[in-house]
Design a protein around this ligand. Structure first.
Ligand code: FCB
Length: 393
């Protein structure tokens, strides 16, 4: 019953999302590229869903762009709602279990202008959107992901300032995190009140942390960072999780340093190991870390789905090995009684990687002038794994 699939998010592929806070952010010149038409997935969604299904996948993860459905407060774009219905229907018709994210980094600009998730009183707007989706699509959504990577969202938007709204404040960072905990809990209850047998979870970015040396302080800082980054959010929402979605990308070696700057804990710096393999965007490739973060999740006693894992690899020379090595770790974790039930590769398509079209994560490449999709050899390799439901080693 293992779920095999891939993931996308609305803003990164759809195109034309002019009511989103990211659109406004890009207009102020804060990014290398503007998202613009992205890969025109809003137009080619049927083709893209077929691409996933033809690879033999039995699951697919999308997100719904709130700002498309509610471009201004209380104005409902029913055409967009219907388009998402077509998207979900197509997925179902093609035998794909549906994972749907309700907040994948982007928000309507009107919501952000009112203070976004900084203000607890604003959460009701988001919950109204959740209720609408629950009412409209209750039969079409199998796995509900309320929030994608809340730690990344809060850290980038409110601590480092590299995502909109571009703020740099430790207290706002914590405030937004607490409000997101509150948001998740209420959304969880609301979805369960509207949808029988709903499975509601999160997509959580967890990282593998290691001490840069055996020094006590390095080990201490690893423990502290791990507790904060991997567990703070999960522990707060533990009762409101039917499953845990895991996004795995990062391995960090930490070294204790007082006042190291704008890191969430201020007390470490990240040491790079220059000898290791990396993706085109500099993310280190460290498959063993996936095993460790999976095993760390066992304490929650919930089913785990890997909701993202992937590599930026334009030439496609590393992706097959990346898949093989990571899936091997999934297998070892399974053997060690980790209840992991699915793997969704990031991403089906090359896409807008939050500020730039540079990194190419796709199983299919996209020509950004003609929007033609072409399967990379690694997609065919993945198809074989899915067909066999196995890797051979
Ligand atoms: C994750 C995001 C996803 C994509 C990948 C590479 O943090 O959830 O949208 O950008 O990284």
């Amino acid at each position: 019953n293992f779920l095999w699939g891939a993931a996308i998010s609305a803003y990164q592929v759809e195109g034309g999302n002019v009511f989103s806070d990211w659109y406004a952010w890009e207009q102020s010149g804060k990014t290398i590229d503007k998202c613009g038409e992205a890969v025109q997935h809003a137009r080619y969604f049927a083709h893209d869903i077929d691409l996933a299904a033809d690879l033999g996948m039995n699951a697919f993860r999308i997100s719904i762009e709130w700002s498309r459905i509610e471009p201004s407060p209380q104005r409902l774009n029913t055409k967009e709602l219907e388009r998402y219905r077509q998207v979900l229907l197509r997925m179902k018709q093609r035998g794909l279990q549906t994972f749907v994210t309700l907040h994948h980094f982007t928000l309507p600009q009107w919501f952000v202008l009112r203070g976004g998730f900084e203000k607890r009183s604003n959460i009701v707007y988001f919950l109204n959107f959740v209720r609408l989706i629950a009412d409209e699509f209750k039969e079409l959504i199998d796995f509900w992901i309320v929030l994608n990577e809340p730690m990344i969202y809060a850290a980038h938007g409110y601590f480092e300032g590299s995502f909109p709204p571009g703020k740099q404040s430790r207290s706002l960072y914590m405030q937004v995190l607490h409000n997101l905990v509150y948001t998740h809990k209420h959304a969880y209850r609301l979805i369960h009140a509207h949808v029988e047998h709903a499975q509601v979870g999160i997509a959580k970015n967890n990282q593998f942390f290691e001490p840069a040396s055996n020094r006590f302080l390095d080990r201490w800082v690893v423990k502290k960072t791990q507790q904060h980054w991997n567990h703070f959010f999960l522990r707060k929402v533990e009762k409101e999780l039917d499953f845990i979605g895991l996004n795995y990308y990062f391995h960090n070696r930490l070294s204790f340093r007082l006042y190291a700057g704008w890191q969430p804990n201020h007390i470490y710096s990240v040491i790079r190991n220059e000898n290791l393999e990396q993706g085109d965007n500099g993310f280190e490739i460290y498959p063993k870390g996936l095993y460790h973060v999976l095993m760390e999740l066992k304490e929650y006693h919930k089913p785990v789905y890997i909701t993202e894992n992937g590599i930026a690899d334009r030439s496609d020379l590393k992706r097959q090995k990346f898949l093989y090595d990571h899936l091997k770790e999934v297998y070892i974790a399974l053997k060690d009684f980790c209840d992991v039930r699915g793997y969704l590769y990031w991403s089906l398509l090359d896409n807008y990687e939050w500020g730039s079209f540079g990194p190419r994560f796709g199983l299919a490449s996209v020509n950004y002038k003609t929007f033609e999709r072409r399967l990379r050899p690694s997609a065919i390799y993945y198809k074989g794994i899915i067909k066999e439901n196995a890797i051979v080693f």
